[in-house]
Design a protein around this ligand. Sequence first.
Ligand SMILES: Nc1ncnc2c1ncn2[C@@H]1O[C@H](COP(=O)(O)OP(=O)(O)O)[C@@H](O)[C@H]1O
Ligand SMILES: [Mg+2]
Length: 301
Amino acid sequence: MTELNEEGGLVAEVAHMTPEQRAEHEAEVAEAVAPDREIEVEVGETLLEMRDVTLRFGGLTALDGVSFGIRRGEILGLIGPNGAGKTTCFNAMTGVYRPTSGQVLLEGKPLAKAPRHKITQLGVARTFQNIRLFDEMTALENVVVGADARHRTSVMGALLRLPRHHHEERQAVERAMALLEFVGIADRAADKAKNLPYGYQRRLEIARALATEPKLLCLDEPAAGFNPAEKEELMALIRKIRADGYTVLLIEHDMKLVMGVTDRIVVLEFGKKIADGLPAEIRENPAVIAAYLGVPDDDAA
Ligand SMILES: Nc1ncnc2c1ncn2[C@@H]1O[C@H](COP(=O)(O)OP(=O)(O)O)[C@@H](O)[C@H]1O
Ligand SMILES: [Mg+2]
């Protein structure tokens, strides 16, 4: 793939740029990553609302009357002990499961029975607690597939060299490359996903989710299995994503980590919301402290 080689060369070039050139280049990458959005989004009106959502699996109530809103432009943390219902929230928001009662609203409109691909098109993207990539595809192809999910024109067909898609192909590949660079893994664009180091795979999942041009990016324990230095780098990436105009919902088990990066935090325990507030308020909240007592910070959920 010639584009890849050219772009691969670009990555090497970045290393030799002056600080000014590098800043300009990074601004260009950021713009390519978020083409249709204001670069600095104010934290504003509610983007997604969980309204009294109950979700049962047989006799088990995974979510019990949960209500909270995610405001445009914020990083909202969703925390709670294992089994609290965090991933189930994502599943309810992305149409994997339907609430038994209550509603999920995006920009004020109920998602109701919208199928998953429709919800992707409406602007909700997610990553998975257990990485899900196309192992045999390259990193770049994994991201192009993400863009496909958005546009529903066959960019993958374009990659297979159908001539009438040539323009879309170039655009898709360029944006995918920009996304890989944005998340910091462009140097391995041509490698199969299965051959990437674990940390790269986690970042690739984020790039693929961003490729769908979401309004809301939901990250399910993106730092799971990372050491403290890797976690810090990932939090820096999440801040950068928000600075680029995205709204982020972050599930993270590590309390210290989540305190450092989020604007607000919602806490679940046994399917119920037990707290909702600023990180400093959450830290002092007795119910939250009790919920977390005896739960090691790094317990992988
Ligand atoms: N598909 C499912 N079928 C049955 N029970 C489920 C299913 N998904 C989740 N649960 C249960 O719902 C509860 C919440 O799970 P989950 O949302 O994965 O928690 P968390 O992500 O906070 O660790 C748990 O008790 C879990 O076992
Ligand atoms: Mg989970």
